[in-house]
Design a protein around this ligand. Structure first.
Ligand code: NAP
Length: 525
């Protein structure tokens, strides 16, 4: 595929109106061809209006048609995986093989959402039949199904440039729900964004859908994101990135004349608790294994286990030594963007200013935007006293926390803000402590991992990638897994309707053989 650098607005490739950029190879510092167009207010308005025009027909497309469309995106994504991976290797400095795997996994996510659409359970079809003879008053027939919200704006993330980007899980779940998508591409990987965008654009055309089902725009600064969030026809927003950016967009959306939901996924340190018996039994395994996980993607992962906590005692030194050895072996590697590298350097320095002791470091960086692997240590008392020590350092740094006893462990666990995940390493002898820790973690996380490490993320029906603020802006929802579709639908009840005017999911004949709740009972009849 020859990259054009155009915006993708409906079926058209639109050249720039307001300026251009080139991709940067963060490993070499070189700019890469071609020039990529920036959108202005006219292009934003056009993309959102097209999405709104597409909404009625797309949101009413049948399950077979919509599922076939999602399957076709999956096939096309897989077909371009080699060139996508090659371009991403240039735009991120990370190995191409990593992105081939990410492309295949992401294609699979589209196929899974195709299944979700065919199953139709997300519609939550519910029927309370009429009770004309009910006393003291009759009941009319009430039927409920979930309907799509409307055009959705998706901010592509920088750190997983397929699975959380243009053809990522947010796009798959919004399209599965019946919502047209206007994608705000991240400027860290414009070429890979175009490849993914054109795959979806082509699938829209081949499926005979309205061209406004998908558009891709990009811009030079905050204005474009603000204009998208402000646009009166936009009905929901998703975002993965910094807490500052996510909350700025969230607050903006709440200040609209008609506030809309903004589902942000922002920041998490994913604390790992090694309880005493587990520490004594396998301290080295826990220390070495955690660091290995933390260094995945140069530590630029929302599920990076960034903080390892344990009570000083048998196994602690082994854990510390193994973690130090793993950090010393972890080569400095290119970070995604100069901005992310600079933030990493600043935040690592912040840890030291806040009193953390650097106990191990990886080999020195060879290139300008390499992130050096770092291991810090603090006491439980320090962690409790200094809230910024509990904040994310996005990059290859891990913080070890030496606790005085279990009481301090519970105090520290209570001090964390909301998290995407937390991990517990425990043996049978740790049961009482685990039982006391679990309710503390439940209140603060969307996922609790037992005797394992929290990545890679499973995209399945039981996945939760969410959690209380600031992990996300709405802890009721997940952004990964089949439940992610629920962000984009809302309930509508049809009262006293004739069968022929009802949506198909609610008709007497149940033509799609959906599971429905009829008079309170789940049935397919
Ligand atoms: P970001 O700065 O939050 O930007 C994400 C996207 O949102 C970009 O497209 C950006 O556009 C846009 N944006 C940000 N603030 C905005 C605002 N106030 N108004 C309108 N648009 C806005 O994230 P990033 O560039 O990916 O990385 C920066 C930092 O975010 C990292 O150093 C890291 O700390 C954090 N991060 C965390 C995670 C995680 O999973 N925990 C993931 C990614 C990033 P522009 O690029 O045009 O500004």
């Amino acid at each position: 595929m020859t990259l054009t650098g155009n915006l993708l607005i409906g079926a058209a490739g639109v050249p720039t109106a307001t300026g251009t950029m080139k991709a940067l190879n963060p490993a070499t510092g070189e700019l890469i061809e071609p020039e990529f167009a920036f959108a202005g207010p006219t292009e934003i308005d056009h993309a959102v209006r097209l999405a709104d025009e597409a909404f009625d027909s797309y949101s009413h497309s049948g399950p077979a048609e919509r599922a076939a469309f999602l399957d076709s995106i999956a096939d096309k994504l897989e077909a371009v995986k080699d060139e996508l991976a090659a371009r991403l290797a240039l735009e991120t400095g990370l190995p191409a093989a990593q992105f081939e795997g990410e492309a295949i996994r992401t294609a699979d996510v589209f196929r899974k959402f195709a299944t979700v659409v065919r199953q139709g359970r997300f519609l939550q079809a519910t029927i309370d039949p009429a009770q004309p003879d009910r006393q003291p008053a009759p009941r009319m027939d009430h039927r409920l199904q979930k309907v799509a919200l409307g055009p959705v704006v998706i901010f592509g993330a920088s750190n997983f440039p397929i699975s959380y980007s243009v053809a990522g899980g947010d796009t798959a779940s919004a399209l599965a729900a019946g919502c047209p998508v206007v994608l705000k591409a991240h400027n860290a990987h414009p070429g890979a964004s175009e490849i993914q965008g054109r795959v979806i654009q082509q699938a829209v055309g081949e499926a005979g859908l309205h061209e406004g089902v998908f558009s891709l725009v990009r811009g030079a600064g905050n204005e474009i994101g603000e204009a998208l969030v402000d646009h009166p026809l936009v009905r929901a927003v998703t975002f993965t990135g910094s807490e500052g950016g996510g909350m700025a967009l969230y607050r903006r959306a709440q200040q609209r004349p008609d506030p809309i939901p903004v589902f942000t996924e922002m920041t998490s340190v994913n604390p790992t608790f090694a309880l005493p018996a587990a520490l004594a039994a396998r301290g080295a395994e826990i220390g070495g294994g955690l660091v290995q996980r933390a260094m995945y993607n140069v530590g630029q992962a929302c599920l990076k286990p960034a903080v390892l906590l344990a009570v000083d005692g048998p196994g602690f030194q082994e854990m510390r030594d193994a973690a130090s050895a793993a950090v010393e072996k972890a080569a400095a590697r290119t970070m995604l963007t100069p901005g992310i590298h600079d933030a990493y350097t600043r935040n690592a320095q912040r840890m030291e200013n806040d009193g953390a002791t650097r106990i191990a470091a990886g080999p020195a960086p060879a290139q300008a935007w390499d992130g050096q692997s770092l291991l810090y240590e603090v006491s439980g008392e320090q962690l409790l006293a200094e809230p910024t020590l509990r904040e994310e350092v996005f990059g290859p740094a891990v913080l070890l926390v030496r606790l005085t006893g279990l009481d301090q462990l519970f105090d520290v666990a209570c001090a964390f803000r909301g998290q995407l995940s937390a991990t517990l390493h425990a043996e049978a002898a740790d049961r009482a402590a685990a039982e006391r820790l679990l309710p503390i973690l439940e209140r603060r996380t969307g996922r609790i991992v037992f005797n394992a490490f929290s990545i890679p993320q499973e995209v399945s029906y039981a996945s939760t990638h969410g959690g209380p603020f600031p992990a996300t802006s709405d802890s009721r929802f997940t952004s990964v897994g089949m439940g992610a579709i629920e962000r984009f639908v809302r309930p509508v009840t049809y009262q006293n309707f004739p069968d022929e005017l009802l949506p198909e999911s609610l008709r007497e004949a149940n033509p799609h053989h959906l599971w429905r709740v009829v008079d309170g009972e789940l049935t397919r009849n």
